[in-house]
Design a protein around this ligand. Structure first.
Ligand SMILES: *[C@@H]1O[C@H](CO)[C@@H](O)[C@H](O)[C@H]1NC(C)=O
Ligand SMILES: *[C@@H]1O[C@H](CO)[C@@H](O)[C@H](O)[C@H]1NC(C)=O
Ligand SMILES: *[C@@H]1O[C@H](CO)[C@@H](O)[C@H](O)[C@H]1NC(C)=O
Ligand SMILES: *[C@@H]1O[C@H](CO)[C@@H](O)[C@H](O)[C@H]1NC(C)=O
Ligand SMILES: *[C@@H]1O[C@H](CO)[C@@H](O)[C@H](O)[C@H]1NC(C)=O
Ligand SMILES: *[C@@H]1O[C@H](CO)[C@@H](O)[C@H](O)[C@H]1NC(C)=O
Length: 312
Protein backbone atom coordinates (compact mmCIF):
# COMPACT_ATOMS: atom_id res chain seq x y z
CA UNK A 1 0.00 0.00 0.00
CA UNK A 2 1.19 3.43 -0.61
CA UNK A 3 -0.14 6.90 -0.85
CA UNK A 4 1.19 8.10 -4.09
CA UNK A 5 3.85 8.28 -6.66
CA UNK A 6 6.80 10.57 -6.63
CA UNK A 7 5.17 13.47 -8.45
CA UNK A 8 2.35 13.49 -6.01
CA UNK A 9 4.68 13.58 -3.05
CA UNK A 10 6.24 16.68 -4.48
CA UNK A 11 2.81 18.29 -4.50
CA UNK A 12 1.55 17.36 -1.07
CA UNK A 13 4.43 16.26 1.04
CA UNK A 14 3.06 17.35 4.38
CA UNK A 15 -0.37 15.67 4.17
CA UNK A 16 1.46 12.49 3.19
CA UNK A 17 3.73 12.72 6.17
CA UNK A 18 0.67 13.06 8.38
CA UNK A 19 -0.71 9.84 6.94
CA UNK A 20 2.49 7.89 7.46
CA UNK A 21 1.86 4.46 8.88
CA UNK A 22 4.16 2.11 10.66
CA UNK A 23 2.37 -1.17 10.08
CA UNK A 24 0.81 -2.80 7.09
CA UNK A 25 -2.88 -2.25 6.41
CA UNK A 26 -5.09 -5.28 7.01
CA UNK A 27 -7.05 -5.84 3.85
CA UNK A 28 -10.46 -7.51 4.11
CA UNK A 29 -10.72 -11.20 3.29
CA UNK A 30 -12.65 -11.24 0.05
CA UNK A 31 -11.68 -14.74 -0.99
CA UNK A 32 -12.14 -18.19 0.50
CA UNK A 33 -8.86 -18.66 2.37
CA UNK A 34 -9.47 -22.38 2.82
CA UNK A 35 -8.44 -23.08 -0.75
CA UNK A 36 -5.82 -20.40 -1.34
CA UNK A 37 -2.25 -21.63 -1.38
CA UNK A 38 0.48 -19.02 -1.21
CA UNK A 39 4.25 -19.19 -1.25
CA UNK A 40 7.26 -17.06 -1.98
CA UNK A 41 9.24 -17.62 -5.17
CA UNK A 42 12.94 -16.81 -5.29
CA UNK A 43 14.34 -15.55 -8.56
CA UNK A 44 16.97 -13.13 -9.75
CA UNK A 45 17.81 -10.35 -12.17
CA UNK A 46 21.57 -10.42 -12.56
CA UNK A 47 22.99 -9.95 -9.08
CA UNK A 48 19.67 -8.80 -7.60
CA UNK A 49 18.04 -11.51 -5.51
CA UNK A 50 14.25 -11.23 -5.76
CA UNK A 51 11.36 -12.82 -3.88
CA UNK A 52 7.92 -12.84 -5.47
CA UNK A 53 4.59 -13.85 -3.92
CA UNK A 54 2.53 -16.57 -5.60
CA UNK A 55 -1.11 -17.37 -4.80
CA UNK A 56 -3.55 -19.82 -6.36
CA UNK A 57 -6.53 -21.92 -5.37
CA UNK A 58 -6.20 -25.65 -4.89
CA UNK A 59 -9.93 -26.12 -5.56
CA UNK A 60 -8.93 -26.66 -9.16
CA UNK A 61 -5.85 -28.46 -10.40
CA UNK A 62 -3.44 -27.99 -13.24
CA UNK A 63 -1.93 -24.98 -14.94
CA UNK A 64 -3.99 -21.83 -15.16
CA UNK A 65 -3.68 -18.28 -16.49
CA UNK A 66 -1.51 -15.97 -14.43
CA UNK A 67 -1.81 -12.31 -13.56
CA UNK A 68 1.47 -10.66 -12.57
CA UNK A 69 1.19 -7.68 -10.23
CA UNK A 70 3.94 -5.07 -10.23
CA UNK A 71 4.02 -3.17 -6.93
CA UNK A 72 3.81 0.52 -6.28
CA UNK A 73 6.67 2.51 -4.82
CA UNK A 74 6.75 0.95 -1.37
CA UNK A 75 7.34 -2.45 -2.92
CA UNK A 76 5.51 -5.61 -1.92
CA UNK A 77 2.92 -5.09 0.81
CA UNK A 78 -0.45 -6.50 1.84
CA UNK A 79 -2.00 -4.42 -0.92
CA UNK A 80 -0.35 -6.42 -3.72
CA UNK A 81 -0.83 -9.72 -1.88
CA UNK A 82 -4.53 -8.87 -1.50
CA UNK A 83 -4.88 -8.43 -5.25
CA UNK A 84 -2.99 -11.68 -5.91
CA UNK A 85 -5.34 -13.52 -3.55
CA UNK A 86 -8.35 -12.07 -5.37
CA UNK A 87 -7.02 -13.39 -8.67
CA UNK A 88 -6.41 -16.75 -6.98
CA UNK A 89 -10.03 -16.84 -5.79
CA UNK A 90 -11.14 -16.37 -9.40
CA UNK A 91 -9.25 -19.44 -10.57
CA UNK A 92 -6.15 -17.68 -11.85
CA UNK A 93 -2.75 -17.60 -10.24
CA UNK A 94 -1.55 -14.25 -8.93
CA UNK A 95 2.15 -13.45 -8.84
CA UNK A 96 3.44 -10.32 -7.12
CA UNK A 97 6.75 -9.34 -8.72
CA UNK A 98 9.66 -8.16 -6.62
CA UNK A 99 11.36 -5.11 -8.09
CA UNK A 100 13.46 -3.77 -5.23
CA UNK A 101 14.97 -7.11 -4.08
CA UNK A 102 14.47 -9.12 -0.95
CA UNK A 103 17.43 -7.34 0.65
CA UNK A 104 15.32 -4.18 0.93
CA UNK A 105 12.62 -3.55 3.49
CA UNK A 106 9.32 -3.18 1.65
CA UNK A 107 5.86 -2.05 2.68
CA UNK A 108 4.17 0.98 4.20
CA UNK A 109 6.68 1.53 6.98
CA UNK A 110 9.28 2.74 4.46
CA UNK A 111 9.60 6.53 4.78
CA UNK A 112 8.58 8.52 1.72
CA UNK A 113 12.13 9.69 1.07
CA UNK A 114 13.32 6.10 1.01
CA UNK A 115 10.57 5.13 -1.43
CA UNK A 116 11.73 7.76 -3.89
CA UNK A 117 15.31 6.66 -3.45
CA UNK A 118 14.28 3.08 -4.24
CA UNK A 119 11.98 3.94 -7.13
CA UNK A 120 13.78 6.66 -9.05
CA UNK A 121 16.73 4.60 -10.32
CA UNK A 122 14.16 2.42 -12.11
CA UNK A 123 11.75 5.15 -13.15
CA UNK A 124 14.48 7.32 -14.59
CA UNK A 125 16.27 4.52 -16.43
CA UNK A 126 14.27 2.15 -18.60
CA UNK A 127 17.44 0.13 -19.30
CA UNK A 128 17.51 -0.71 -15.62
CA UNK A 129 13.77 -1.18 -15.06
CA UNK A 130 12.90 -3.30 -18.10
CA UNK A 131 15.13 -6.32 -17.28
CA UNK A 132 13.81 -6.25 -13.72
CA UNK A 133 10.25 -6.39 -15.03
CA UNK A 134 11.11 -9.14 -17.51
CA UNK A 135 12.71 -11.26 -14.77
CA UNK A 136 9.28 -11.73 -13.16
CA UNK A 137 7.66 -12.64 -16.47
CA UNK A 138 10.39 -15.15 -17.26
CA UNK A 139 10.03 -16.64 -13.79
CA UNK A 140 6.28 -17.02 -14.13
CA UNK A 141 6.84 -18.86 -17.40
CA UNK A 142 8.81 -21.53 -15.49
CA UNK A 143 6.10 -22.20 -12.89
CA UNK A 144 4.22 -25.51 -13.11
CA UNK A 145 1.03 -23.73 -12.05
CA UNK A 146 1.22 -21.34 -15.00
CA UNK A 147 -0.38 -21.63 -18.40
CA UNK A 148 2.68 -20.20 -20.06
CA UNK A 149 0.78 -18.75 -22.99
CA UNK A 150 -1.81 -17.01 -20.80
CA UNK A 151 -0.11 -14.30 -18.80
CA UNK A 152 -1.36 -10.77 -18.17
CA UNK A 153 0.46 -8.12 -16.16
CA UNK A 154 -0.95 -5.30 -14.10
CA UNK A 155 0.75 -2.72 -11.95
CA UNK A 156 -0.06 0.08 -9.58
CA UNK A 157 1.45 3.57 -9.74
CA UNK A 158 5.21 2.94 -10.21
CA UNK A 159 4.30 -0.59 -11.32
CA UNK A 160 1.51 0.79 -13.52
CA UNK A 161 4.05 2.78 -15.49
CA UNK A 162 6.18 -0.34 -15.29
CA UNK A 163 3.77 -2.55 -17.20
CA UNK A 164 3.91 -0.15 -20.13
CA UNK A 165 7.70 -0.55 -20.04
CA UNK A 166 7.16 -4.31 -19.95
CA UNK A 167 4.96 -4.08 -23.05
CA UNK A 168 7.59 -1.98 -24.80
CA UNK A 169 10.29 -4.48 -23.84
CA UNK A 170 8.31 -7.64 -24.70
CA UNK A 171 6.35 -6.68 -27.79
CA UNK A 172 6.02 -9.86 -29.71
CA UNK A 173 6.99 -12.85 -27.62
CA UNK A 174 4.73 -15.71 -26.55
CA UNK A 175 3.41 -15.70 -23.02
CA UNK A 176 2.37 -12.18 -22.26
CA UNK A 177 -0.99 -11.24 -23.75
CA UNK A 178 -1.46 -7.76 -22.37
CA UNK A 179 -0.93 -5.27 -19.58
CA UNK A 180 -2.99 -2.90 -17.47
CA UNK A 181 -1.57 0.07 -15.56
CA UNK A 182 -3.58 1.41 -12.60
CA UNK A 183 -3.07 5.07 -11.68
CA UNK A 184 0.13 4.68 -13.67
CA UNK A 185 3.18 6.81 -13.49
CA UNK A 186 4.51 7.84 -15.87
CA UNK A 187 2.59 7.11 -19.06
CA UNK A 188 5.42 7.87 -21.43
CA UNK A 189 8.94 6.51 -21.52
CA UNK A 190 12.29 8.01 -22.39
CA UNK A 191 13.28 4.56 -23.65
CA UNK A 192 12.27 2.79 -26.86
CA UNK A 193 8.58 3.08 -27.72
CA UNK A 194 5.91 0.43 -28.18
CA UNK A 195 6.81 -1.61 -31.24
CA UNK A 196 4.55 -1.66 -34.25
CA UNK A 197 2.60 -4.83 -34.86
CA UNK A 198 2.71 -6.08 -31.29
CA UNK A 199 -0.28 -8.30 -30.45
CA UNK A 200 -0.33 -7.05 -26.87
CA UNK A 201 -3.36 -5.37 -25.39
CA UNK A 202 -2.43 -2.29 -23.43
CA UNK A 203 -4.78 -0.61 -20.96
CA UNK A 204 -4.50 2.35 -18.63
CA UNK A 205 -6.88 2.88 -15.70
CA UNK A 206 -6.47 6.46 -14.63
CA UNK A 207 -8.03 9.12 -12.44
CA UNK A 208 -9.22 12.17 -14.37
CA UNK A 209 -8.03 14.44 -11.54
CA UNK A 210 -4.68 12.70 -10.98
CA UNK A 211 -2.24 15.63 -10.84
CA UNK A 212 0.61 13.39 -11.98
CA UNK A 213 -1.14 12.70 -15.32
CA UNK A 214 -0.75 15.65 -17.66
CA UNK A 215 -2.92 16.09 -20.72
CA UNK A 216 0.19 16.08 -22.90
CA UNK A 217 1.27 12.71 -21.54
CA UNK A 218 -2.16 11.21 -22.20
CA UNK A 219 -2.03 12.43 -25.81
CA UNK A 220 1.51 11.08 -26.19
CA UNK A 221 0.56 7.69 -24.72
CA UNK A 222 -2.46 7.32 -27.01
CA UNK A 223 -0.40 8.38 -30.03
CA UNK A 224 2.24 5.82 -29.12
CA UNK A 225 -0.38 3.05 -28.93
CA UNK A 226 -1.99 4.15 -32.19
CA UNK A 227 1.37 4.23 -33.95
CA UNK A 228 2.06 0.69 -32.75
CA UNK A 229 -1.44 -0.42 -33.77
CA UNK A 230 -1.88 -2.39 -30.59
CA UNK A 231 -5.27 -3.02 -29.02
CA UNK A 232 -5.43 -0.39 -26.32
CA UNK A 233 -7.79 1.39 -23.99
CA UNK A 234 -7.54 4.47 -21.84
CA UNK A 235 -10.04 4.31 -18.98
CA UNK A 236 -10.47 7.71 -17.40
CA UNK A 237 -12.44 7.76 -14.15
CA UNK A 238 -14.10 11.02 -13.20
CA UNK A 239 -13.92 12.65 -9.77
CA UNK A 240 -10.89 10.48 -9.14
CA UNK A 241 -7.37 11.38 -8.10
CA UNK A 242 -4.24 9.30 -7.75
CA UNK A 243 -4.07 5.97 -5.91
CA UNK A 244 -7.81 5.43 -6.18
CA UNK A 245 -7.65 1.65 -5.71
CA UNK A 246 -5.93 1.78 -2.32
CA UNK A 247 -8.66 0.83 0.12
CA UNK A 248 -6.81 2.12 3.15
CA UNK A 249 -6.47 5.66 1.79
CA UNK A 250 -8.88 8.37 2.91
CA UNK A 251 -11.78 8.79 0.51
CA UNK A 252 -11.17 11.74 -1.79
CA UNK A 253 -13.69 14.49 -1.09
CA UNK A 254 -12.97 16.78 -4.00
CA UNK A 255 -10.35 18.87 -2.24
CA UNK A 256 -8.01 19.91 -5.04
CA UNK A 257 -5.18 20.22 -2.54
CA UNK A 258 -5.27 16.48 -1.95
CA UNK A 259 -3.90 14.45 -4.81
CA UNK A 260 -4.49 10.93 -3.46
CA UNK A 261 -7.58 9.21 -2.29
CA UNK A 262 -9.64 6.07 -2.47
CA UNK A 263 -12.61 6.10 -4.82
CA UNK A 264 -14.78 3.00 -4.45
CA UNK A 265 -16.72 3.59 -7.68
CA UNK A 266 -13.52 3.93 -9.72
CA UNK A 267 -11.89 1.02 -7.91
CA UNK A 268 -14.83 -1.31 -8.52
CA UNK A 269 -15.39 -0.20 -12.11
CA UNK A 270 -11.72 -0.59 -13.01
CA UNK A 271 -11.56 -3.99 -11.31
CA UNK A 272 -14.55 -5.30 -13.25
CA UNK A 273 -13.20 -3.82 -16.46
CA UNK A 274 -10.05 -5.83 -15.89
CA UNK A 275 -12.04 -8.99 -15.18
CA UNK A 276 -13.77 -8.63 -18.52
CA UNK A 277 -10.48 -8.00 -20.26
CA UNK A 278 -9.00 -11.13 -18.68
CA UNK A 279 -11.88 -13.33 -19.85
CA UNK A 280 -11.34 -11.99 -23.34
CA UNK A 281 -7.55 -12.21 -23.55
CA UNK A 282 -7.45 -15.63 -21.91
CA UNK A 283 -10.24 -16.73 -24.28
CA UNK A 284 -12.41 -17.96 -21.43
CA UNK A 285 -15.49 -17.69 -23.56
CA UNK A 286 -16.84 -21.06 -22.47
CA UNK A 287 -19.46 -20.02 -19.97
CA UNK A 288 -19.46 -23.50 -18.47
CA UNK A 289 -15.98 -23.09 -17.13
CA UNK A 290 -14.99 -22.41 -13.55
CA UNK A 291 -14.50 -18.71 -14.13
CA UNK A 292 -18.02 -17.91 -15.15
CA UNK A 293 -20.37 -20.83 -14.68
CA UNK A 294 -23.23 -21.06 -12.23
CA UNK A 295 -21.80 -24.36 -11.00
CA UNK A 296 -18.16 -23.38 -10.89
CA UNK A 297 -16.15 -23.33 -7.70
CA UNK A 298 -15.54 -19.61 -8.10
CA UNK A 299 -18.72 -18.47 -9.68
CA UNK A 300 -18.84 -14.74 -9.15
CA UNK A 301 -22.57 -14.57 -9.73
CA UNK A 302 -23.75 -17.06 -7.15
CA UNK A 303 -20.76 -18.44 -5.27
CA UNK A 304 -19.61 -17.27 -1.89
CA UNK A 305 -16.30 -15.96 -3.14
CA UNK A 306 -18.14 -14.23 -5.91
CA UNK A 307 -20.60 -12.56 -3.60
CA UNK A 308 -17.75 -11.19 -1.57
CA UNK A 309 -15.92 -10.11 -4.69
CA UNK A 310 -18.86 -7.93 -5.60
CA UNK A 311 -17.66 -5.56 -2.91
CA UNK A 312 -14.06 -5.57 -4.09
C1 LIG B 1 -5.72 -26.43 -0.03
O1 LIG B 1 -5.05 -25.38 0.61
C2 LIG B 1 -5.52 -25.14 1.91
C3 LIG B 1 -4.89 -23.87 2.42
O2 LIG B 1 -3.50 -23.95 2.31
C4 LIG B 1 -5.28 -26.36 2.77
O3 LIG B 1 -5.79 -26.14 4.07
C5 LIG B 1 -5.96 -27.56 2.15
O4 LIG B 1 -5.62 -28.72 2.87
C6 LIG B 1 -5.54 -27.72 0.71
N1 LIG B 1 -6.34 -28.75 0.08
C7 LIG B 1 -5.83 -29.64 -0.75
C8 LIG B 1 -6.79 -30.59 -1.36
O5 LIG B 1 -4.64 -29.68 -1.01
C1 LIG C 1 15.93 5.05 4.83
O1 LIG C 1 17.07 5.61 4.22
C2 LIG C 1 18.08 5.96 5.16
C3 LIG C 1 19.17 6.72 4.42
O2 LIG C 1 19.61 5.98 3.31
C4 LIG C 1 18.59 4.70 5.82
O3 LIG C 1 19.57 5.02 6.77
C5 LIG C 1 17.42 3.99 6.51
O4 LIG C 1 17.87 2.76 7.01
C6 LIG C 1 16.29 3.76 5.54
N1 LIG C 1 15.16 3.24 6.25
C7 LIG C 1 14.43 2.22 5.78
C8 LIG C 1 13.29 1.81 6.66
O5 LIG C 1 14.66 1.65 4.74
C1 LIG D 1 20.86 2.67 -16.64
O1 LIG D 1 20.80 1.27 -16.44
C2 LIG D 1 21.79 0.58 -17.18
C3 LIG D 1 21.51 -0.90 -16.99
O2 LIG D 1 21.53 -1.24 -15.62
C4 LIG D 1 23.17 1.00 -16.70
O3 LIG D 1 24.14 0.34 -17.48
C5 LIG D 1 23.32 2.50 -16.85
O4 LIG D 1 24.54 2.90 -16.28
C6 LIG D 1 22.18 3.22 -16.16
N1 LIG D 1 22.26 4.64 -16.46
C7 LIG D 1 22.31 5.56 -15.50
C8 LIG D 1 22.36 6.97 -15.96
O5 LIG D 1 22.32 5.27 -14.32
C1 LIG E 1 -3.60 -2.97 -37.27
O1 LIG E 1 -3.98 -4.19 -36.66
C2 LIG E 1 -5.10 -4.80 -37.24
C3 LIG E 1 -5.51 -6.02 -36.45
O2 LIG E 1 -4.80 -6.18 -35.28
C4 LIG E 1 -4.79 -5.17 -38.67
O3 LIG E 1 -5.94 -5.73 -39.27
C5 LIG E 1 -4.36 -3.94 -39.43
O4 LIG E 1 -3.95 -4.29 -40.72
C6 LIG E 1 -3.24 -3.22 -38.71
N1 LIG E 1 -2.98 -1.97 -39.38
C7 LIG E 1 -1.75 -1.59 -39.70
C8 LIG E 1 -1.64 -0.26 -40.36
O5 LIG E 1 -0.78 -2.26 -39.48
C1 LIG F 1 -5.90 24.63 -0.58
O1 LIG F 1 -4.63 25.24 -0.41
C2 LIG F 1 -4.69 26.66 -0.45
C3 LIG F 1 -3.28 27.21 -0.41
O2 LIG F 1 -2.55 26.61 0.62
C4 LIG F 1 -5.54 27.17 0.70
O3 LIG F 1 -5.65 28.57 0.65
C5 LIG F 1 -6.94 26.55 0.59
O4 LIG F 1 -7.71 26.90 1.72
C6 LIG F 1 -6.85 25.03 0.51
N1 LIG F 1 -8.18 24.50 0.25
C7 LIG F 1 -8.67 23.48 0.93
C8 LIG F 1 -10.06 23.05 0.56
O5 LIG F 1 -8.05 22.89 1.79
C1 LIG G 1 -16.88 -25.88 -21.39
O1 LIG G 1 -16.26 -26.10 -20.12
C2 LIG G 1 -16.76 -27.24 -19.44
C3 LIG G 1 -16.12 -27.23 -18.04
O2 LIG G 1 -14.75 -27.03 -18.11
C4 LIG G 1 -16.45 -28.48 -20.24
O3 LIG G 1 -16.97 -29.60 -19.57
C5 LIG G 1 -17.10 -28.35 -21.62
O4 LIG G 1 -16.73 -29.45 -22.41
C6 LIG G 1 -16.65 -27.06 -22.30
N1 LIG G 1 -17.39 -26.88 -23.52
C7 LIG G 1 -16.81 -26.58 -24.65
C8 LIG G 1 -17.72 -26.41 -25.84
O5 LIG G 1 -15.59 -26.45 -24.75
Amino acid sequence: MDRSCFLVVMLVLSPLAAWAQTSDFEYPTLWDPSTIVSSSVDYADGDAKLKGYLAYSNATSGPRPVVIIYPDWDGISNYERFRANLFASMGYAGFVADVYSQAVQQGPSIPAANRSALMMPFRSNSSYYRPRLLAALNTVRTLDIAQKDKIFAIGYCFGGGGVFELARAWPNTPGLLGVGGYHPGPLVSAGPKMQAGSPLRVYAFSGAEDPGITGDSVVAWKDEMRAANVTWGYYNYGATVHGFTLLESPVWTGNKNVSNGYNAAADHASWWALRGILLEVFQLTNTSNAYTSAGGAYDYQTGMAGTKLMSA
